[in-house]
Design a protein around this ligand. Sequence first.
Ligand code: ADP
Ligand code: ZN
Ligand code: ZN
Length: 909
Amino acid sequence: MKDRTFGLDKQMEISGELGYAEVIVNVPIRRTFGRGQSTPPPADLPGFDSGGEAESDESTASLQTFHYHLPPELLGSVQPGHLVWVPFGKQTLQGIVVGLADGAPVQTRPIKRLARPQPVLTPAQIALSFWIADYYAAPLSEAVKLFLPPGLLRKDEEDGGIRAKREEVINLRIPPQEIWQHLFGLGSRSKQVEVLEMLLATPERTIPVVELQLHCKLRTVSTLKKLEKDGLIHLEEEGAKLALPVKESQTALLALRGVEKYRVVLDALAGADGPLWKSELYALVETNIGVLRDLHEAGLIGMAEKVRFRDPLAGRNYPRTWPPRLTDQQQTVWQAIRNTSFVRPEELTPARFLLHGVTGSGKTEIYLHAIAETLARGRQAIVLVPEIALTPQTVARFAGRFPDRVTVVHSGLSNGERYDVWRQVRDGEIDVVVGPRSALFAPLPRLGLIILDEEHESSYKQDAEAWGSFSVFYDARTVARQMAELTGSSLILGSATPSLEAYTEARTGGLHLLELPRRVMGHGGTERQKAKGEGRSGGDRDGGQQTAGSARHSQYASRSSPVYAEMPPVEIVDMRQELRAGHRSIFSRSLQSELHATLDAQEQAILYLNRRGTNTFVLCRDCGHVEKCPRCDIPLTYHERVSVLVCHHCNARHPIPEICPECESKRIKFFGSGTERIEEAVQQISPRARILRWDADTTARKGSHEEILARFAAHEADVLVGTQMIAKGLDLPLVTFVGVVSADVGLYLPDFRAPERTFQLLTQVAGRAGRSARGGRVIFQTYKPEHYAVQAAAEHNYAAFYEREMQFRREQGYPPAGRLARLVFWHKKLETVQTRCAEMAAGLRARAGEIALPGEQFDIIGPAPAFFARHRSFYRWQILVRSPDPARLLRGLDIPFGWRVDVDPASVL
Ligand code: ADP
Ligand code: ZN
Ligand code: ZN
C-alpha cells in the first residue's frame, strides 16, 4: 500500500508558501467502454503508478490526483478538504483539494476558485478516502464521494447545487401590551382619520368646525357629514365631538386606517413563544410579504434571513429517558469498558470492543452509557444500525436519552434533509448520529466513539449487485475500524451472533471480548402482572417471585437473579421422521399442537420461512442428503432447463442423481414453499387464527413495515407469517411461540457463508420468542437435524458453532482464514461474457505469476456463472481471487467497464 500522509499532517503546515494543491477531480465515470470515447486528457497529467499496466488514460483518469497551483488571491485560503473549480482539459470541473505542497512534479494550471467557503472533508476523512480507494481497489474520486451528501458535487458551473435553505425569521420588537398603541401609527391616512384623531386627542372637548377645517385641511364639511352619518361624531352649534366612548372611537379609527391586517400578525407573534419562521407565520395567519415589510419599516418586527435546517427529527417528541440501574452482567461489562476507554475524567482512551450479548441482553444500555461518557469528554458518537432496525423505537432510545443532541440519517430522507444533517454535523451542532451504513461518513469534527449494532448484518457491506451501482463496495465494519484508528476513537461492535471475522479478532486479542450471556426481563413488570396478577415490578432485585410465568411455560429466571429471563427452549423436529410416520403436511405434529396451544392461551405466534434458497437444491427426503461439489464443498444448484447440477464456484457440472448416493432412496425432490402457502396451511389447520403476512409482497408500500408491526403489536392478529424481516429487533411480549418452517433451507445456497447466515437467522428468529414473563418456545423443522448450524442455534451455543465453522473456513481458505475478492462481469450477450471472463481470468493468472512474492499465493477460481446468473436481461459471471491480500492483484489494474470489483464480498452468490 502506498504511504499517504495527506490531510492530517499537511493541514498543520498551511502557510503562504504552499502554493500548489493536489486535487481529486470529479471526472464522471464513463458509461461505455470504448477507445473513441476517452475524456480529454488534462494539461498536467502526472505519472500514474499503475505497475506498468495502464495502456491509456481512459480508465485511470478517475483514479488520480492532479496538481494545480493557487492563484495569488487564493494563497493562504485554500485548505485540504476544500471543494474547488479547476480547469480540466477543455472543461471546468469540481475537485477536492487533498493536500498542499510547495511544488509540483508537472507544469500546472491555476485553481479557478473555491466552490464552497468551508472545506467539505475533514482531514481524517481525506486520509480515510485514500485508505478506502487502496483497500477496495476503487477509484479515489468514488471513495471521496462516500463522504459527501448527494447533490453537493456539480458537473458544471451554471448549476447552483444543493444549498442550505434560507428563510426569514420574524420576531416582535415591541412589548405585546404596546401593540395597540403602535397600531395607531399604521395604515392609510385620510381626512376622516385626521378628524377622528384630532377629536380623540382631547376626547372631552367639542372642537369648532373652523378649527377642524383649518387643522385637517377640509375645504367642505362633507368629511364631517360622513362621520356623523356613520355615527362616529356629533355635529353641534359649537362644533364637533366624539359620538362614542373613547375605546370604541379608537376601534373605529383603526378600522378606518385598515390596520386589521397588521394587528393579526402582531398578535400572532405575541402569542408565539419566540420568533417564527416566515412559513410558520404564513401558516398561522393570512398575510403577505407587503404587510411584513410595512411592519418591519415601522420598526415593530425584526426580519432576518437565517439558514433553516430541515431536521429529520423535527416535530417528533421523544420522551426523555434516564439510565436504569444496570444488571450485574451489564455492570461487569460496563466496568470493563470504563476501565479501558474512560479511565481519565478528561479524555478518552481509544479501544475496541466486541460486545457479544444474546438477544435482549441489554446491549443498547451499554451503548448509551458509552455515549454518555464520550459526550462528557467533549467527543461525539456515530451509532450504526441495520436500516431495517432503524424504527422509531430505536431512534427514540437514543434521542430520548440525549435530547437535542441526536440526529438520524436514513434512506427515506430527501437530498435537502441529508444536506442539512451533513452541514449541522460538520458545524458541530450535533453530537450523536444514528443511521445505517452510510452514517459512518458523517463529518463529526470531534468523533470519539463508533458503535456498530448487529455487527453480523450483511447490510453493512455495500451491495455490489445494486443496479447501476458504480460506487465503492465497502464494508462499514472494516472502514469503521480504520476510521476509529485515524480519529483516536473507541469502537464497540455488538451482536448476539458476531461475524466470524469479529469473533476471530476478539479471540486473537484485536478486540476486547465482552459477554452478556443472559437476557434481561425487559417486559417484566407489566407482563408479569398480566400473566400472574402480581403487583410487582419487573426491575426489582429481591428474587422472591420468580417461580413461574404463564400457566403454560415456566422456564425462566432463577431465584438468585430475578431480572434475567431464560432463553426459550428449542425443539428440533426431524421432518424425515414425520414423512416416515405418514405426515405430509408442511407443519409437523409438534408445530401444530404448539400453534393451537398458543391460540388457546390468547398469545401470539411467529412462523418463519427462509425465502432465499428455496427451489434451488436437490434433497433426499428420506435421509436429507444434499449433493455438493466435490472440489468446492458447497451445494450444487439445480438448473431446470438443462436438467443438470452446477457448481457456482468452479462451474463443474454434475448429473442429477436418480437415487440418493447416501441411502439409495428414490424420493429426491427440489425444496421450497412460499409464505402464501404457509398462510393457507395455517388457515387449514386453524380457521380461527387471525393471520398477518410480512414479506416482500406485503411490504412493497412505504410505511407498510411499521403498519404491519403496529397491527401485530396491538394483537390484531394471532399469527405472523414472514421471511427474513421478522428476524430483526421485534420485541413483543405476547409472542410465546416461534416456528421455523424449514430451518435448513438457507444452508444449501452455494455460498461459503450459508451456514453462518443460517445460524444467525435461526438464533435471531428464536430470539423473538419469550420476551416476557410468559416465557416462550421454539420449533425448528428440518431435514438435516444433525447439521451443526441447526444444532448450535437450537442450543443458543455460539461458541460451538464458531469452532465447527472455523474448521470449514480453514480447510477451504475462506474468510476469515483467508481473503477473497470477487470480479463480476455483466453483459447482455452470453458469448461476450464468456470471452471477457476468460480474458480476465487469464490476465489475472499471468499477473499473479508476475507479482506474487515468495510464499504468496493468488488462487484464481472460475470463471463461472454467478448463482444469480441473470439479472434483468444481463448475464452475470464471476471470478474469485483467494489470497491473503487479494486487492494487491487488482490495484492499479486497468479494469474495463462492465466489471465490478468486490473486495471482501459479503456473498458470492
Ligand atoms: P439488546 O440490545 O441486547 O437486544 P435491549 O437493550 O433491547 O437488548 O434490552 C432488552 C430489554 O431489556 C429492553 O426492553 C430494555 O429496555 C430492557 N433493559 C435493558 N437493560 C435494563 C436494565 N438495566 N434494567 C431494566 N431493563 C433493562
Ligand atoms: Zn438419501
Ligand atoms: Zn466446484
